[in-house]
Design a protein around this ligand. Structure first.
Ligand code: KG4
Ligand code: ZN
Length: 342
């Protein structure tokens, strides 16, 4: 009897401010997940500084890759394919991962696969939910994206809703900065909101013209800024926890409403969330509740697989690998890569 050989993907992710590498076995088993975060460095500047991000990636990348192999207990010669994020993201940051992956592939002959960052975020759901298979609808809410995606099959997507302006995570980061919480704002607002009253201040829930699935968060951000200015001018005290909780409630309500509406209209019974904002505790609770009310099975990755990591790139890379996708040595960083494009 012939034994099927395990497929081991070495995955590399460097699209923003985390240098990450992982080894994933047969698509859904994470053997290692190493993340070198640069957050402390960028906190000094109140956001990610692209030039600093690239330099730090260069310093860390080889070390992080070696650590991922060591922790997985494998050698490069055991690896079936190398998956790397090639977009979207910061061009200088992406280039570091792409160059490292190409160099290893060229030196060893191990096949190379370029992976879309958002496809990675969506695929994070497959790690801990072994039974989850397409089709389903996924809300991807991160620092750069807010997409409602129909996952038709592995690697087959249709975007049915998107933000018209700021991404959800961007709104969290900007509001956090305005109330003096610093970068990154999402986790800080999440924590502070637990001490506040979500009904203290009514912030607007944006409607976006004729598109029922699109989002807009810049109006909400302006409403928070206006509220803060108004309080300052009147000499009134600002309860930061109430602002955080009320803002967070406004974001979550819109995300839940649009997502569940899409799930119903498109007739799916499975719904997943992904991206950094998906690690928000109130958002997870709100979706849990709304999905169970609507008879929809709700899936979400653990927080460590919501924010940027390489394990999710390894999972997406596996499904591309078994479909026969391979990248050439002309693979380049594509900062504004669209989902479903190659
Ligand atoms: O997916 P991610 O790590 O990077 C991108 O691809 O953008 O997402 C980062 C974003 C940041 O805007 C951060 O503030 C937000 O996710 N975020 C959160 C939470 N944790 C991270 N937003 C709300 N609540 C959280 N707990
Ligand atoms: Zn991301």
């Amino acid at each position: 009897m012939s034994e099927t050989k395990d497929v081991l993907i070495l995955a590399i992710e460097s699209s923003c401010d985390e240098t990450a590498a992982s080894v994933v076995k047969n698509g859904r088993e994470v053997l290692s997940n190493v993340i070198a975060s640069q957050i402390d460095l960028h906190t000094l500047y109140g956001g990610v500084v692209p030039e600093i991000a690239s330099r730090k990636h260069i310093e860390k990348i080889n070390q992080v890759i070696q650590e991922a192999l060591d922790k997985a207990g494998v050698m490069l010669s055991d690896i079936t394919a190398i998956a790397v994020t090639y977009g979207p993201g910061l061009v200088g940051a992406l280039l570091v991962g792409v160059s490292a992956a190409k160099a290893i592939s060229f030196a060893t002959g191990i096949p190379l696969i370029g992976v879309h960052h958002i496809e990675g975020h969506i695929s994070a759901n497959f790690i801990e939910n072994k039974e989850l298979e397409p089709p389903f609808i996924c809300l991807v809410a991160s620092g750069g994206h807010s997409h409602l995606v129909v996952v038709k099959d592995y690697g087959e997507y249709e975007i049915v809703g998107r933000t018209r302006d700021d991404a959800a995570g961007e709104a969290f980061d900007k509001v956090a900065r305005a109330i003096g919480l610093g970068y990154p704002g999402g986790p800080k607002i999440d924590k502070l909101a637990k001490e506040g009253n979500p009904d203290a201040i009514h912030f607007p829930r944006a409607k976006v013209g004729e598109s029922e699935y699109d989002f807009s968060f810049s109006g909400l951000k302006s409403a928070v800024l206006n509220y803060l200015n108004g309080c300052q001018m009147k000499g009134e005290d600002i309860c930061k926890a109430d602002v955080a909780a009320s803002f967070q409630k406004a974001v979550i309500e819109v995300l839940v409403e649009h997502s569940l509406h899409a799930v119903k209209e498109f007739g799916y019974d499975k719904f997943a969330i992904a991206g950094g904002v998906a690690s928000n505790s109130s958002l997870r609770a709100a979706f849990e509740e709304a999905c169970s009310r609507q008879g929809v099975t709700f899936y979400h990755p653990s927080p460590v697989y919501c924010t940027d990591n390489a394990a999710m790139i390894g999972v997406a890379g596996y499904y591309e690998y078994i479909k026969g996708v391979r990248s050439g040595y002309d693979l380049n960083a594509v900062p504004n890569l669209k989902l479903g494009e190659r």
